[in-house]
Design a binder for this molecule. Sequence first.
Ligand code: TMO
Length: 322
Amino acid sequence: MIIKRFISLLILLLFCSICYGKTSKNKQPISIIINDWSSQIVLAHITGRVLNSAGYKTKYSFSPINEQWGSLSQGIDHVQIEVWEGTMATMFERVIKSGNVLDAGSHKATTREEWWYPSYVELLCPGLPDWRALKKCSALFSNDGSNTGRYIAGPWEKPEAARIRALGLNFKIDTVKKTDDLWSELKDAVKHNKAIVLFNWSPNWVEAVYEGKFVEFPEYQKECEIDPKWGINPEFHYDCGNPKNGYLKKAVWKGLKKKWPCAFKIIKNISFDNQSISALAATVDFKKLSYKEAAKQWTDENKHIWHQWIPNTCKLGSTLND
Ligand code: TMO
């Protein structure tokens, strides 16, 4: 009796391990990169939920944007769901060229990352959004009584110092340590009707809550970064703004396509537009839901969208499922 039971248990165990082995995708988790701004983190969690529903295990791995390319190239991490042209193009294009990272296509959204101010600042500094207005009113943006304005930069490397120099602006750069510090600076300035100019981007939660504009620097062109003669300052690079209709791409470790072909197809299909990214960021930064709650709410309410990202042959239970 006991032996019989033991044998049937053994058979069951053996059978289960065969099933488990067959669905190889259940073994190793797909590692999804988390950066340090809200829309990226929510999109990463949504990606995780979508992959889970197609049978994949996932995990999240925090990485600052400068450090993510190494782990993505080596297959330590596998997915980056928000590659912003303005902050990541140089490194992204480098790792694509190396062949270690694959371009998994673009979101519908177009992006912009630039100096930004809330609308009332135009009354204090007429001529905005044209950047030349900043030349005249730098003192307004000062926080130390001098004529030197203060530009509040985000915790991501940008060629701001080069731009300030090339355009002859009298501004110093104050770099915040974390994204939330940008928003507390903004809220404080709005409350006191103070002049402020800070790094911001679109799509983001800010545009869903505050009126404001990006500063219009001379139009971006690639040559501006590589040919000093280009633009109004013949001696220096970066006498231009950031790209205006920047891309928002997805990137994956090169091995993902072979190892988890359905995951690759799903990630290629994932696409968010400006409006939904802005709303998702606002869900966290304004309505104060957690990243996970925001992702769950979105997936609960938008099944009609993300179910279409999973090809039929990849649906759980399909025989072609990898
Ligand atoms: C990469 N970012 C959206 C913060 O500019």
